[in-house]
Design a protein around this ligand. Structure first.
Ligand code: BES
Ligand code: ZN
Ligand code: MN
Length: 506
């Protein structure tokens, strides 16, 4: 990954490309803050050039203007922020614009970003993250791929030595690395990433980061009565795993439990999918996100304990696949009737949630590519969040503040009757498919202890894109890593006041 530095925006800047921002106004395209110096170096030719190529300044617009020898920098890239006034910069709009600009550069090694960040650490972080996320390429399987050309990103600011801005750059690099690692895992196809190799990756990375790592193999899963993970993983040539990564700093101010769905490929099982199967290599995006968020929490030295409990299985078809009408037993002895083997995520998650809650954490966040209903309801831009109402809303607010789009969804208690089974304690899928995102959350709720702050984030749509936009290319997005890290940082900052509020509230 490229290095990121702060440079003085008032001094002359040279690079392979310089990125500026534009806004769309009632009177057409305008230059955003930070572009003035670049325009001046081109003797005021920038805005006329943008008008000449019909630039509008709309979001996701990227216009390349060659400088044709007028400057030592051969290329100016103007990235649109959308409607707005010069002088007001929204960090997520900046992150997306810078990301789109960097996504469009193939050979630039050194890039300057001149978007009036002043010394605002939020904007500096947004620029750094946008550049590093937009600079991501997945080329592991291209036999003739050249290494990523991007080596260095310089962010023009008013005071390059300012401590908060420099700290923001260091944090942004760790966060972007976690998101890009998540993308690599999601993009890796299931012939290479299976429960065994995925667990091995988690072990290696966890040990390198100084975490405590525990990997339960199929024997240990049987001893531990993880009947959901064993049933779902039983049809695959590659046996299931449960990975536990624990980051426990000396003066932890709280303990967060994370759980993520790690289905390395979802064929549907015997209820074989008849559409959309190719995307199901991404059905482990929740697992990848919680693993990388835990590693990043350690790299950031956040003063909170974090335990990721990650079930990994391949939902495959064979003579040993679990069947519709099977009744399985989960870790705590509860039984589940299998109505449909394609509703597999909730089964491995229930076992993992039960295990995670045995540690008595302060809160639980689980995330999963759980339901097609999430995609129907919210699309691929916005994740659906369920759980206990106050904590759910907090997760939505914290994630939105770091630029991920989330929306609260209701877990109406009456929905539970739809999961009543005539033969077992619960059924994995009702015949009526309405509100299927909420039914997924309602199933999981049964396994979360009453009173625990809990959020379930369905990322089925946002985890994997068919077309690029902003800082996301086609494929895995690494979504929800930033939200989880924001929640962990919030726990670190507010553990004392949270404890007081809980005590006051009884
Ligand atoms: N992994 C899928 C959910 C999914 C759908 C993720 C689309 C990403 C994109 C999940 O295991 C699944 O198969 N859900 C089905 C359940 C089925 C039995 C109706 C669904 O929600 O459509
Ligand atoms: Zn699935
Ligand atoms: Mn499925």
């Amino acid at each position: 990954m490229a290095s990121v530095s702060l440079i003085d925006g008032a001094s002359p800047m040279t690079a392979d490309a310089i990125v500026v921002a534009t806004v769309s106004t009632g009177t057409g395209v305008a230059l955003a803050d930070g572009a003035a110096g670049v325009d001046a170096a081109l003797d005021g030719a920038l805005l006329p050039a943008l008008r000449a190529v019909d630039a509008t300044g709309r979001a996701d617009e990227v216009v390349k203007i060659p400088t044709l020898g007028r400057s030592a920098t051969p290329l100016v890239v103007a990235a649109g922020l959308g409607p707005g006034q010069p002088g007001t910069l929204d960090p997520e709009a900046v992150r997306r614009a810078v990301g789109a600009a960097l996504r469009g550069l193939k050979s630039a090694g050194r890039v300057v970003v001149a978007i009036g960040a002043g010394t605002d650490p939020h904007l500096v972080a947004a620029i750094a993250e946008g550049a590093l996320l937009g600079g991501y390429r997945f080329t592991k399987y291209k036999s003739t791929a050249k290494p990523n050309a991007l080596r260095r990103v310089d962010i023009a600011v008013s005071e390059p030595a300012q401590a908060d801005a420099r700290a923001a750059v260091r944090r942004a690099r760790v966060i972007a690395e976690a998101v890009n690692n998540t993308r690599d895992l999601v993009n890796t196809p299931a012939n290479d990433l299976n429960p065994v190799t995925f667990a091995e990756y988690a072990r290696e990375q966890g040990e390198a980061a100084g975490l405590t790592v525990e990997v339960l193999d199929e024997r240990a899963l049987r001893r531990g009565r993880f009947g959901g993970i064993l049933a779902v993983g039983g049809g695959s040539h590659t046996p299931p795993r449960l990975v536990r990564l624990s980051y426990a700093p000396a003066r932890a101010r709280g303990h967060a439990a994370l759980v993520g769905k790690g289905i390395t490929f979802d064929t549907g099982g015997l209820d074989l999918k008849n559409a959309g199967m190719g995307e199901m290599k991404a059905d482990m995006a929740g697992a990848a996100a919680v693993i990388e968020a835990t590693l990043a929490a350690a790299r950031l030295k956040l003063p909170v304990a974090v335990t990721a409990t990650v079930p990994m299985a391949e939902n495959a078809v064979s003579g040993s696949s679990y069947r519709p009408s099977d009744i399985i037993m989960l870790r705590d002895g509860r039984t589940v009737e299998i109505d449909n083997t394609d509703a597999e995520g909730r089964l491995i998650l229930a076992d993992a949630i039960l295990r995670a809650c045995e540690d008595s954490p302060d809160f639980l966040i689980d995330t999963a590519t759980l339901t097609g209903g999430q995609v129907v309801a919210l699309g691929n831009g916005t994740s659906g969040v369920m759980g206990t109402d106050a904590f759910r809303d907090r997760v939505v607010a914290l994630g939105s503040a770091v630029g991920e789009s989330l929306w609260p969804m209701p877990l109406e208690p009456r929905l539970r009757t739809r999961l009543d089974s005539p033969v077992a304690d619960i059924v994995n899928l009702p015949t009526d498919r309405s509100a299927s995102m909420l039914i997924g959350g309602t199933f999981l709720k049964d396994f979360v202890p009453a009173g625990l702050d809990w959020a379930h984030i369905d990322i089925a749509g946002p985890a994997f894109l068919k077309s690029a936009s902003g800082y996301n290319g086609e494929g895995g997005t690494g979504v929800i890593v930033r939200t989880i890290l924001a929640c962990l940082a919030d726990l670190a900052a507010n553990a004392a006041s949270n404890a007081a509020a809980n005590a006051a509230g009884g």
